[in-house]
Design a protein around this ligand. Structure first.
Ligand SMILES: Nc1ncnc2c1ncn2[C@@H]1O[C@H](COP(=O)(O)OP(=O)(O)O)[C@@H](O)[C@H]1O
Ligand SMILES: [Mg+2]
Ligand SMILES: [Zn+2]
Length: 505
C-alpha cells in the first residue's frame, strides 16, 4: 500500500462522525448543536479556516444531523446523528444522492453552477434535505457567483448550502451576507498531541511523548497535515521515537540546534560556526537550520513572556534565567531576515555563517565573543607605525586574514573552491574549478593590497593538480588515520584479536 493510500485510510478512519469527536472547534460545534436541537437551522453556512481543520467534516456532520432517522428509523433532525441508520451510512460512504459535494476549484464556471441549480427544485430522493457542500467556493467565477446568488436569496425549503473556503476574503460580500459564517481555528499543539496519542494507541503503535509533540508541532494547526505526517513516520515502526521522526522527515537534531542557539547567546562565534558546519556537512539545509533556530527563538520568547520555565531536558534549563527577551527578539529578527538572504544566493552556507555572526555581533560581543588571533597564530599584526598593516607569509595566512577582516565569504571561497598553484608574498596563482558567481576574484588583490599596504597580483589559471585547503586537510586526516592503523598498538591489537577490523576515528 502506498503512503498516499495509507494516509487516506487514516484520515478517513479518523473523520469524526459526531460533533463531540471534532477537536479544537468547541464553540462552533456547540453553536451548531444548539441550532440543530432547537430546530432553528440556517439555510446557508460558510466555513472558513486553513486546510485540514474540519470544514468538510463539519459540513458532513450537518448533512448527517439533518438526514439521520435514528436506529429505529423514526428519529428526526438531531444533534447526535446515530451513525448506523441507512441515511448515516450512505452519507459516510459518500453515496447519498441528496448530499452533493462539489469542488469549486475544478468546477468554477457559470454552467457548472446552473447545472447544479437545475436539480435543486426537485424534492430530495432519499433524505429529508438536499445538502449542497461546495468546497473552495472562493474559486467560482464572477458569473457563477451571480447565478448562485439568486438561489441563495430564496432557496427551496428542502435545500441547505454549506460552503467551505480557505480564503474568505475572496468570497463576495453578497454571498457572505446570506450565510451564517463560522471560522474554524487552527488546532493547538496540546490538543493535537492528545489526539495523535489517542490515534496511535488505537493503531497499536507505542510512542514517546516528545515524538508525538513533534508531529503536533509540525502539523502547524492542521489535523490533516498532522495525520499525513503521522502516516509517513509510523510505517513499519513498533515504537515512534523523536530520532526516527527526525531521520524520516529529514529534521535536525533538536539538541544540536539548541546548543547552536546557546553559543549565539553567549557570543561563542567559533563554536557556533563549528556546529553550523557540522550540521551542514551532515546535509542540513541552511534554510532549515535557520528555521529551527527561529523556532527556538519563538519557544524561548513565549516561555519568558508567560513566566514559564523550559523542561528539564531542554538545553536551556540551566541558563534560562540569564536569557533576556530583548536578545531573543533581536535574534528572531535577524534570522527571519536572514532566511530571505539565504534563499537568494548560491552561497547559502556562507550566508548562514554571516547571519550567525550577525546574530552574535548585534548583541554587543564585538571583540569579546570572537577570539582575536594570538601571537603565534597564523595572522600576525605587525607592530609599528601602521596599526592596520598585516604581513602574510603563506596562502593559509591569506585565508586567515580574510576571516579576521570579517570577509568570511571570501575566506570560505579561498578555502574550499580554489586550489593553490604558487604562492609568494605579493603573488598568488590559483586554480579555480567553480564558477565565480559573486565576482569574488576581483576583490582579492584589492583587499590584500589594502590590508598589507603592498601590491598583490592574483592570477587564476586552469592548470590542474592543486587541492583546496579544505581538500588538503581531508587528505591529511585520511593519511593520519591510515598511519595510525599501521602503528604498533594497532598491530598488537590485531594480534590479540585476530580477524578484528580496527577503525580509527
Ligand atoms: N477538527 C477536527 N477534529 C478531528 N479530526 C479532524 C478535524 N479536522 C480535520 N480532521 C481530520 O482531517 C481530515 C480532513 O479534514 P477536513 O474536514 O476534510 O478538513 P478541511 O478543513 O480541509 O475540509 C478528517 O478526515 C479528519 O481525519
Ligand atoms: Mg475540505
Ligand atoms: Zn443516523
Amino acid at each position: 500500500m502506498s503512503i498516499q493510500d495509507n494516509y487516506k485510510v487514516l484520515a478517513r478512519r479518523t473523520r469524526p462522525l459526531r460533533f463531540s469527536e471534532l477537536i479544537g472547534q468547541e464553540s462552533l460545534s456547540n453553536t451548531i448543536k444548539n441550532a440543530l436541537s432547537s430546530g432553528r437551522i440556517a439555510h446557508s453556512f460558510i466555513f472558513t479556516g486553513t486546510r485540514g481543520v474540519g470544514k468538510t467534516t463539519t459540513a458532513r456532520l450537518i448533512a448527517l444531523a439533518l438526514n439521520c432517522v435514528g436506529k429505529d428509523g423514526k428519529g428526526g433532525i438531531t444533534s447526535e446523528p446515530c451513525g448506523v441508520c441507512s441515511q448515516c451510512i450512505s452519507i459516510q460512504e459518500e453515496r447519498h444522492v441528496d448530499v452533493i459535494e462539489v469542488d469549486a476549484a475544478t468546477r468554477t464556471g457559470v454552467d457548472d453552477v446552473r447545472q447544479l441549480m437545475e436539480g435543486m427544485s426537485y424534492k430530495p430522493v432519499m433524505g429529508r434535505f438536499k445538502v449542497y457542500i461546495i468546497d473552495e467556493v472562493h474559486m467560482l467565477s464572477k458569473s457563477a457567483f451571480n447565478a448562485l446568488l439568486k438561489t441563495l436569496e430564496e432557496p427551496p425549503a428542502h435545500v441547505k448550502f454549506i460552503f467551505a473556503t480557505t480564503e474568505i476574503r475572496k468570497v463576495p460580500l453578497t454571498i457572505l451576507s446570506r450565510c451564517q459564517r463560522y471560522d474554524l481555528k487552527r488546532v493547538s499543539i496540546e490538543t493535537l498531541s492528545k489526539h495523535f496519542a489517542r490515534i496511535l494507541t488505537e493503531e497499536g503503535t507505542s510512542f514517546d511523548r516528545d515524538a508525538v509533540e513533534k508531529i503536533a508541532y509540525l502539523a502547524n494547526g492542521s489535523v490533516r497535515d498532522g495525520l499525513s505526517l503521522l502516516e509517513q513516520v509510523i510505517q513499519g515502526q513498533e515504537r515512534l521515537t523523536l530520532k526516527h521522526i527526525e531521520g524520516t522527515l529529514g529534521l535536525l537534531d533538536k539538541k544540536d540546534v539548541e546548543i547552536l542557539y546557546l553559543h549565539i547567546l553567549s557570543g561563542n562565534a567559533k563554536q557556533a560556526l563549528e556546529i553550523a558546519s557540522k550540521l551542514y556537512e551532515s546535509h542540513a539545509d541552511p534554510v532549515q537550520i535557520i528555521e529551527d533556530l527561529l523556532s527556538v527563538s519563538h519557544q524561548l520568547s513565549t516561555l519568558i513572556t508567560l513566566g514559564q520555565k523550559p523542561s528539564n531536558d531542554s538545553s536551556f534549563s540551566k541558563d534560562f534565567d540569564g536569557i533576556s527577551l530583548d536578545t531573543v527578539l533581536l535574534i528572531w529578527t535577524i534570522l527571519l531576515k536572514g532566511i530571505e538572504e539565504v534563499k537568494m544566493t548560491s552561497l547559502s552556507f556562507e550566508t548562514l555563517e554571516i547571519i550567525l555572526i550577525r546574530a552574535i555581533y548585534i548583541q554587543g560581543f564585538q571583540g569579546k565573543g570572537v577570539k582575536a588571533p594570538t601571537k603565534n597564530e597564523s595572522v600576525e599584526n605587525s607592530k609599528g607605525a601602521f596599526q592596520n598593516k598585516y604581513t602574510v607569509q603563506s596562502f593559509e595566512e591569506v585565508v586567515a586574514l580574510f576571516k579576521k577582516k570579517k570577509e568570511p565569504i571570501l575566506a570560505s571561497y579561498l578555502k574550499h573552491d580554489v586550489g593553490l598553484i604558487r604562492f609568494a608574498p605579493g603573488y598568488i596563482e590559483l586554480n579555480a574549478t567553480k564558477k565565480d558567481s559573486h565576482g569574488l576574484r576581483g576583490q582579492i588583490s584589492s583587499l590584500l593590497k589594502e590590508y598589507t599596504q603592498t601590491p598583490w597580483e592574483v592570477v587564476f589559471s586552469s592548470q590542474s593538480g592543486a587541492l583546496s585547503i579544505a581538500d588538503q586537510k581531508e587528505q591529511q586526516d585520511k593519511e593520519k588515520r591510515e598511519k595510525a592503523l599501521e602503528s604498533d598498538a594497532a598491530q598488537a591489537a590485531t594480534k590479540l584479536f585476530p580477524g578484528a577490523k580496527i577503525t580509527v576515528k
